[in-house]
Write a protein that binds this ligand. Structure first.
Ligand code: MF3
Ligand code: CO
Length: 292
Protein backbone atom coordinates (compact mmCIF):
# COMPACT_ATOMS: atom_id res chain seq x y z
CA UNK A 1 0.00 0.00 0.00
CA UNK A 2 2.90 2.40 0.47
CA UNK A 3 3.92 2.40 -3.18
CA UNK A 4 6.95 4.54 -3.96
CA UNK A 5 5.98 8.07 -4.91
CA UNK A 6 8.57 10.81 -5.24
CA UNK A 7 8.19 13.90 -3.03
CA UNK A 8 7.50 16.03 -6.08
CA UNK A 9 5.23 13.55 -7.86
CA UNK A 10 1.50 14.20 -7.94
CA UNK A 11 -0.25 12.95 -4.80
CA UNK A 12 -2.09 9.63 -5.06
CA UNK A 13 -5.34 11.21 -3.90
CA UNK A 14 -5.85 13.02 -7.19
CA UNK A 15 -5.86 16.52 -5.65
CA UNK A 16 -3.34 17.76 -8.22
CA UNK A 17 -0.85 18.86 -5.54
CA UNK A 18 2.63 17.46 -5.01
CA UNK A 19 2.87 14.39 -2.82
CA UNK A 20 5.08 16.19 -0.27
CA UNK A 21 2.48 18.92 0.28
CA UNK A 22 -0.48 16.52 0.44
CA UNK A 23 -0.52 12.90 1.70
CA UNK A 24 3.19 12.29 2.31
CA UNK A 25 3.06 13.05 6.01
CA UNK A 26 -0.20 11.09 6.23
CA UNK A 27 1.45 7.99 4.73
CA UNK A 28 4.44 8.31 7.04
CA UNK A 29 2.22 8.51 10.08
CA UNK A 30 0.28 5.41 9.00
CA UNK A 31 3.50 3.54 8.27
CA UNK A 32 4.72 4.33 11.77
CA UNK A 33 1.45 3.05 13.30
CA UNK A 34 1.65 -0.08 11.16
CA UNK A 35 5.17 -0.72 12.43
CA UNK A 36 3.81 -0.41 15.95
CA UNK A 37 1.45 -3.30 15.15
CA UNK A 38 -1.76 -1.47 14.30
CA UNK A 39 -4.10 -2.30 11.43
CA UNK A 40 -4.11 0.64 9.03
CA UNK A 41 -6.44 1.46 6.14
CA UNK A 42 -5.24 1.00 2.57
CA UNK A 43 -5.40 3.95 0.19
CA UNK A 44 -8.50 2.50 -1.43
CA UNK A 45 -10.42 3.23 1.81
CA UNK A 46 -9.39 6.88 2.08
CA UNK A 47 -11.99 9.19 0.56
CA UNK A 48 -11.01 12.38 -1.23
CA UNK A 49 -12.90 15.67 -0.82
CA UNK A 50 -14.64 14.89 -4.12
CA UNK A 51 -15.70 11.45 -2.89
CA UNK A 52 -17.10 13.03 0.27
CA UNK A 53 -19.06 15.57 -1.71
CA UNK A 54 -20.58 12.78 -3.81
CA UNK A 55 -21.43 10.65 -0.75
CA UNK A 56 -23.18 13.69 0.75
CA UNK A 57 -25.34 14.03 -2.37
CA UNK A 58 -26.27 10.37 -2.08
CA UNK A 59 -26.97 10.85 1.64
CA UNK A 60 -29.31 13.74 0.91
CA UNK A 61 -31.62 11.23 -0.78
CA UNK A 62 -31.08 8.65 1.94
CA UNK A 63 -32.06 11.07 4.68
CA UNK A 64 -35.01 12.44 2.68
CA UNK A 65 -36.35 8.85 2.57
CA UNK A 66 -36.09 8.50 6.34
CA UNK A 67 -37.59 11.98 6.89
CA UNK A 68 -40.57 10.99 4.75
CA UNK A 69 -41.01 7.73 6.68
CA UNK A 70 -40.86 9.72 9.94
CA UNK A 71 -43.65 11.94 8.70
CA UNK A 72 -45.90 9.18 7.35
CA UNK A 73 -45.41 6.27 9.75
CA UNK A 74 -48.61 5.33 11.60
CA UNK A 75 -50.53 2.53 13.27
CA UNK A 76 -52.21 0.24 10.72
CA UNK A 77 -49.84 0.76 7.81
CA UNK A 78 -47.82 -2.16 6.50
CA UNK A 79 -44.07 -2.45 6.24
CA UNK A 80 -44.63 -2.68 2.48
CA UNK A 81 -46.10 0.84 2.69
CA UNK A 82 -42.76 1.96 4.20
CA UNK A 83 -40.92 0.24 1.36
CA UNK A 84 -43.14 2.05 -1.15
CA UNK A 85 -42.39 5.44 0.45
CA UNK A 86 -38.65 4.86 0.26
CA UNK A 87 -38.83 3.55 -3.31
CA UNK A 88 -40.84 6.60 -4.35
CA UNK A 89 -38.58 9.22 -2.73
CA UNK A 90 -35.42 7.51 -3.99
CA UNK A 91 -36.70 7.38 -7.56
CA UNK A 92 -38.06 10.92 -7.50
CA UNK A 93 -34.64 12.22 -6.39
CA UNK A 94 -32.73 10.20 -8.98
CA UNK A 95 -31.14 7.60 -6.71
CA UNK A 96 -31.03 3.81 -6.71
CA UNK A 97 -31.94 1.77 -3.62
CA UNK A 98 -28.76 -0.06 -2.60
CA UNK A 99 -30.60 -2.88 -0.82
CA UNK A 100 -32.79 -3.94 -3.74
CA UNK A 101 -31.28 -7.08 -5.29
CA UNK A 102 -28.21 -6.78 -3.05
CA UNK A 103 -27.14 -10.42 -2.69
CA UNK A 104 -30.72 -11.29 -3.65
CA UNK A 105 -32.43 -9.05 -1.07
CA UNK A 106 -35.96 -8.58 -2.45
CA UNK A 107 -37.00 -5.11 -1.20
CA UNK A 108 -35.94 -1.45 -1.07
CA UNK A 109 -35.44 -1.07 2.69
CA UNK A 110 -35.14 -3.22 5.80
CA UNK A 111 -37.91 -2.92 8.40
CA UNK A 112 -37.10 -4.64 11.69
CA UNK A 113 -39.82 -4.73 14.34
CA UNK A 114 -39.42 -5.53 18.09
CA UNK A 115 -37.40 -8.78 18.39
CA UNK A 116 -36.18 -8.51 14.79
CA UNK A 117 -32.57 -7.39 15.00
CA UNK A 118 -32.07 -6.39 11.34
CA UNK A 119 -32.81 -7.26 7.70
CA UNK A 120 -36.58 -7.56 8.25
CA UNK A 121 -38.23 -7.82 4.82
CA UNK A 122 -41.18 -5.46 4.21
CA UNK A 123 -44.50 -7.18 3.55
CA UNK A 124 -48.12 -6.25 2.89
CA UNK A 125 -49.12 -8.70 5.59
CA UNK A 126 -47.04 -7.10 8.31
CA UNK A 127 -49.07 -4.33 9.95
CA UNK A 128 -47.62 -1.77 12.40
CA UNK A 129 -49.24 -1.88 15.82
CA UNK A 130 -49.40 0.76 18.53
CA UNK A 131 -46.25 0.61 20.66
CA UNK A 132 -44.15 -1.41 18.20
CA UNK A 133 -40.56 -0.28 17.89
CA UNK A 134 -39.22 -0.46 14.35
CA UNK A 135 -35.89 0.16 12.70
CA UNK A 136 -36.01 1.43 9.13
CA UNK A 137 -32.64 0.93 7.43
CA UNK A 138 -32.17 2.80 4.18
CA UNK A 139 -29.25 2.73 1.73
CA UNK A 140 -28.89 4.72 -1.47
CA UNK A 141 -26.63 4.81 -4.53
CA UNK A 142 -26.14 8.03 -6.48
CA UNK A 143 -23.62 8.19 -9.32
CA UNK A 144 -21.87 5.16 -7.85
CA UNK A 145 -21.62 6.58 -4.31
CA UNK A 146 -23.25 4.86 -1.34
CA UNK A 147 -25.01 6.25 1.69
CA UNK A 148 -26.43 4.21 4.56
CA UNK A 149 -28.30 5.12 7.74
CA UNK A 150 -31.15 3.85 9.88
CA UNK A 151 -33.49 5.21 12.53
CA UNK A 152 -35.86 3.82 15.14
CA UNK A 153 -39.53 4.76 15.25
CA UNK A 154 -42.05 4.15 18.01
CA UNK A 155 -45.33 3.36 16.26
CA UNK A 156 -48.12 5.62 17.56
CA UNK A 157 -45.54 7.64 19.50
CA UNK A 158 -45.78 5.78 22.81
CA UNK A 159 -44.63 2.44 24.10
CA UNK A 160 -43.64 0.58 27.25
CA UNK A 161 -41.12 2.74 29.21
CA UNK A 162 -38.51 -0.05 29.15
CA UNK A 163 -38.85 -0.31 25.35
CA UNK A 164 -38.58 3.46 25.00
CA UNK A 165 -35.49 3.40 27.21
CA UNK A 166 -33.85 0.82 24.93
CA UNK A 167 -34.57 2.98 21.87
CA UNK A 168 -33.17 6.09 23.59
CA UNK A 169 -30.17 4.30 25.06
CA UNK A 170 -29.09 2.84 21.72
CA UNK A 171 -29.20 6.33 20.20
CA UNK A 172 -27.16 7.56 23.14
CA UNK A 173 -24.65 4.74 22.63
CA UNK A 174 -24.05 5.93 19.06
CA UNK A 175 -23.50 9.47 20.36
CA UNK A 176 -21.02 8.13 22.90
CA UNK A 177 -19.29 6.18 20.13
CA UNK A 178 -19.02 9.35 18.05
CA UNK A 179 -17.27 11.13 20.91
CA UNK A 180 -14.58 8.46 20.59
CA UNK A 181 -14.06 8.88 16.86
CA UNK A 182 -10.69 10.55 17.26
CA UNK A 183 -8.40 10.73 14.22
CA UNK A 184 -5.37 8.41 14.32
CA UNK A 185 -6.80 6.40 17.22
CA UNK A 186 -7.76 2.71 16.85
CA UNK A 187 -11.43 2.00 16.19
CA UNK A 188 -11.68 -0.27 19.23
CA UNK A 189 -11.73 2.83 21.45
CA UNK A 190 -15.03 3.82 19.83
CA UNK A 191 -16.35 0.23 19.85
CA UNK A 192 -15.57 -0.36 23.49
CA UNK A 193 -17.18 2.94 24.55
CA UNK A 194 -20.44 1.76 22.96
CA UNK A 195 -20.20 -1.73 24.40
CA UNK A 196 -19.41 -0.51 27.93
CA UNK A 197 -22.33 1.89 27.92
CA UNK A 198 -24.77 -0.74 26.61
CA UNK A 199 -23.58 -3.29 29.17
CA UNK A 200 -23.92 -0.71 31.96
CA UNK A 201 -27.61 -0.44 31.06
CA UNK A 202 -28.00 -4.23 31.18
CA UNK A 203 -28.05 -4.83 27.41
CA UNK A 204 -25.94 -6.97 25.09
CA UNK A 205 -24.59 -5.87 21.74
CA UNK A 206 -24.88 -8.22 18.74
CA UNK A 207 -21.52 -9.59 17.67
CA UNK A 208 -21.88 -11.14 14.24
CA UNK A 209 -23.30 -8.10 12.47
CA UNK A 210 -22.04 -4.55 12.72
CA UNK A 211 -20.95 -1.46 10.86
CA UNK A 212 -18.73 -1.24 7.82
CA UNK A 213 -16.73 1.01 5.59
CA UNK A 214 -19.10 2.64 3.12
CA UNK A 215 -18.90 5.07 0.21
CA UNK A 216 -17.55 3.63 -3.00
CA UNK A 217 -19.05 0.24 -2.21
CA UNK A 218 -22.01 -0.65 -0.02
CA UNK A 219 -19.88 -2.69 2.37
CA UNK A 220 -16.17 -1.91 2.48
CA UNK A 221 -13.53 -2.67 5.07
CA UNK A 222 -13.32 -2.41 7.99
CA UNK A 223 -15.96 -4.50 9.71
CA UNK A 224 -17.06 -2.26 12.60
CA UNK A 225 -17.49 -4.44 15.67
CA UNK A 226 -18.54 -3.20 19.11
CA UNK A 227 -16.98 -6.05 21.01
CA UNK A 228 -13.31 -5.47 20.25
CA UNK A 229 -11.11 -4.09 23.03
CA UNK A 230 -9.65 -0.62 23.28
CA UNK A 231 -6.44 -0.03 21.35
CA UNK A 232 -7.34 -2.66 18.71
CA UNK A 233 -9.01 -2.40 15.31
CA UNK A 234 -8.27 -0.23 12.31
CA UNK A 235 -6.69 3.20 12.77
CA UNK A 236 -9.30 5.90 12.16
CA UNK A 237 -7.28 7.89 9.65
CA UNK A 238 -8.76 11.09 8.22
CA UNK A 239 -10.74 10.20 5.08
CA UNK A 240 -11.86 6.82 6.42
CA UNK A 241 -15.60 6.57 5.91
CA UNK A 242 -17.71 4.08 7.87
CA UNK A 243 -20.99 3.40 9.65
CA UNK A 244 -21.67 3.04 13.36
CA UNK A 245 -24.75 0.86 13.73
CA UNK A 246 -24.89 -1.18 16.93
CA UNK A 247 -27.71 -3.69 17.24
CA UNK A 248 -28.51 -3.87 20.93
CA UNK A 249 -30.60 -6.55 22.62
CA UNK A 250 -32.46 -6.27 25.89
CA UNK A 251 -31.52 -9.90 26.56
CA UNK A 252 -28.77 -12.12 25.19
CA UNK A 253 -26.62 -11.01 22.25
CA UNK A 254 -27.32 -14.29 20.44
CA UNK A 255 -29.20 -14.07 17.17
CA UNK A 256 -30.80 -16.43 14.64
CA UNK A 257 -31.50 -16.08 10.93
CA UNK A 258 -34.98 -17.01 9.66
CA UNK A 259 -34.63 -20.33 7.87
CA UNK A 260 -37.37 -19.60 5.35
CA UNK A 261 -36.44 -16.17 4.02
CA UNK A 262 -32.72 -16.47 4.93
CA UNK A 263 -32.59 -12.73 5.76
CA UNK A 264 -34.57 -11.80 8.85
CA UNK A 265 -32.36 -11.80 11.95
CA UNK A 266 -34.11 -12.40 15.30
CA UNK A 267 -32.95 -12.37 18.90
CA UNK A 268 -32.52 -15.99 19.98
CA UNK A 269 -34.35 -15.42 23.28
CA UNK A 270 -37.16 -13.34 21.79
CA UNK A 271 -36.00 -10.22 23.62
CA UNK A 272 -36.35 -6.76 22.13
CA UNK A 273 -33.66 -5.29 19.87
CA UNK A 274 -32.95 -1.75 18.68
CA UNK A 275 -30.47 -0.13 16.30
CA UNK A 276 -29.49 3.32 15.03
CA UNK A 277 -27.06 3.81 12.16
CA UNK A 278 -25.00 6.80 11.12
CA UNK A 279 -22.40 7.13 8.37
CA UNK A 280 -19.41 9.39 8.92
CA UNK A 281 -16.03 10.41 7.63
CA UNK A 282 -13.05 10.88 9.92
CA UNK A 283 -11.62 14.40 9.58
CA UNK A 284 -8.35 16.01 10.72
CA UNK A 285 -9.92 17.10 13.99
CA UNK A 286 -12.78 14.64 14.58
CA UNK A 287 -15.52 13.44 12.28
CA UNK A 288 -18.26 14.70 10.03
CA UNK A 289 -21.63 12.96 9.85
CA UNK A 290 -22.61 12.12 6.28
CA UNK A 291 -25.90 10.26 6.75
CA UNK A 292 -28.12 9.80 9.81
N1 MF3 B 1 -28.46 -1.45 5.25
C1 MF3 B 1 -27.80 -2.56 5.90
C2 MF3 B 1 -26.55 -2.03 6.55
O1 MF3 B 1 -26.67 -1.16 7.35
C3 MF3 B 1 -27.53 -3.66 4.95
C4 MF3 B 1 -28.74 -4.32 4.49
S1 MF3 B 1 -28.34 -5.49 3.35
C5 MF3 B 1 -29.84 -5.92 2.75
O2 MF3 B 1 -25.45 -2.39 6.29
F1 MF3 B 1 -29.59 -6.64 1.72
F2 MF3 B 1 -30.52 -6.54 3.67
F3 MF3 B 1 -30.50 -4.86 2.41
CO1 CO C 1 -24.88 -0.22 7.23
Amino acid sequence: MFGKIGRNDPCWCGCGKKYKSCHMEFDERLKQLKNEGHTVPGRNLIKTPHDIEMIKKSAKINMACLDEVAEKIHVGMSTQDIDDIVAHVTEKMGGIPACLNYEGYPKTVCTSINDVVCHGIPSKEEILEEGDIINVDCSTILDGYFSDSSRMFVVGGETDPAWQKLVDDVKKSVEIGLEHVIPWEPMGNMSDAINQFCMSQGYEVVREIGGHGCGKEFHEDPFVSYVIPQNTGMIMAPGLCFTIEPMVNMGSHNVLVDEDDEWTVFTEDGSLSAQWEVQLVVTDDGYELLSW
